[in-house]
Design a protein around this ligand. Structure first.
Ligand SMILES: NC(=O)c1ccc[n+]([C@@H]2O[C@H](COP(=O)([O-])OP(=O)(O)OC[C@H]3O[C@@H](n4cnc5c(N)ncnc54)[C@H](O)[C@@H]3O)[C@@H](O)[C@H]2O)c1
Length: 289
């Protein structure tokens, strides 16, 4: 029988943990021994009561993620360190693009992207110094695939994965890992767009074991993007066509059209997994053998 994965001695900060997915992430991490800073504008105390009632350790914090530095300070004041950051807080401001205001865009930018940046930036030096850290950023299928009425949300959610990928590169040598999850779960957020019946099998606690695994010291994964919901889990990666190197000195629009099957077709796909692999075709052109 495998030994339980534990987080004893670790301090986790979960944003937006007053309800939905964040509450379940916080509850699971605490159940496995982490001390948890439960952040949310509302209901943070209820999650803390829940955790403490079950024998765990938690502290509530009600700052906005936009003041991320203060949330990290609260974790340090309460528990003396911060090992794990789960950037989860958020809300929707859906509207068709032709109706989208600066405020719709700005509010979504602030809570999802700026909030994750501020919280993570404040925790980062502590993670680097202690040679251990785990960051989980919360993206969305809307960001990966695009969705009607969500140009603001889709933009910030995919930007969060760009954030993850660069954090992973910077954190690797210090054992600070960053990953992205794109969940699908029943919550107050999804109840605005889906029916209770559809959402019943999608309990938020079915996503949390993935988030917690990505936070564990045994998990070597970094810079990756996972989808999770209803007990299903999968990983995404970039795919690139074989591409076409055309005669640069004689390029025309027509030569691009002629090469289109090789430029846009995926018969001979590649899966670049790093900046170096991604830049390889250009490196070949810049440094001919
Ligand atoms: N539920 C899904 O299917 C789904 C799908 C894709 C992405 N997500 C993402 O998962 C995350 C959690 O969503 P959820 O579905 O559990 O929704 P939820 O509404 O239950 O949880 C989000 C929490 O964030 C809190 N919050 C909002 N603004 C905040 C702020 N400024 N500072 C701190 N806390 C704040 C809210 O009070 C709320 O409790 C969100 O980032 C959401 O975009 C959820």
């Amino acid at each position: 029988m495998n030994k339980d994965l534990r987080f004893d001695g670790r301090v986790a900060l979960v944003t937006g943990a007053g309800g939905g997915l964040g509450r379940e992430h916080a509850r699971l991490l605490a159940a496995r021994g982490a001390k948890v800073l439960v952040n949310d504008l509302t209901q943070a105390e209820a999650t803390v009561q829940d955790i403490v009632g079950a024998g765990g350790a938690a502290m509530a914090n009600t700052e906005s993620v936009i003041d991320g530095g203060r949330i990290v300070e609260a974790a340090l004041d309460a528990f003396g360190r911060v090992d794990i950051v789960v950037n989860n807080a958020g809300f929707l401001r859906d509207t068709a693009f032709h109706n989208m205001s600066d405020k719709d865009w700005g509010d979504i930018y602030e809570v999802h992207l700026l909030g994750a940046f501020r919280v993570t930036r404040a925790a980062w030096p502590h993670m680097r110094t202690q040679g251990y850290g785990r960051v989980v950023n919360t993206s969305s299928a809307a960001g990966i695939y695009g969705n009607f009425g969500q140009t603001n949300y889709s933009s910030m959610k995919l930007a969060l994965h760009g954030f993850t990928q660069a954090l992973a590169v910077e954190g690797r040598s210090k054992n600070v890992h960053a990953n992205t999850i794109a969940p699908a779960a029943d919550s107050q957020l999804t109840r605005t767009v889906m029916s209770e019946e559809q959402l019943r099998p999608m309990r938020p606690e079915y996503v949390s074991p993935l988030a917690a695994w990505l936070c564990h010291e045994e998990c070597a994964e970094t810079g990756a993007l996972f989808e999770a919901g209803g007990g299903w889990f999968g990983k995404l990666r970039w795919q690139r066509s074989d591409g076409a190197r055309l005669d640069a000195a004689n390029l025309t629009i027509e030569s691009v059209r002629e090469a289109w099957p090789r430029i846009a077709g995926f018969e001979h796909a590649h899966f670049p997994g790093s900046m170096a692999e991604g830049m390889a075709p250009f490196a070949e052109i810049m440094n001919p053998a």
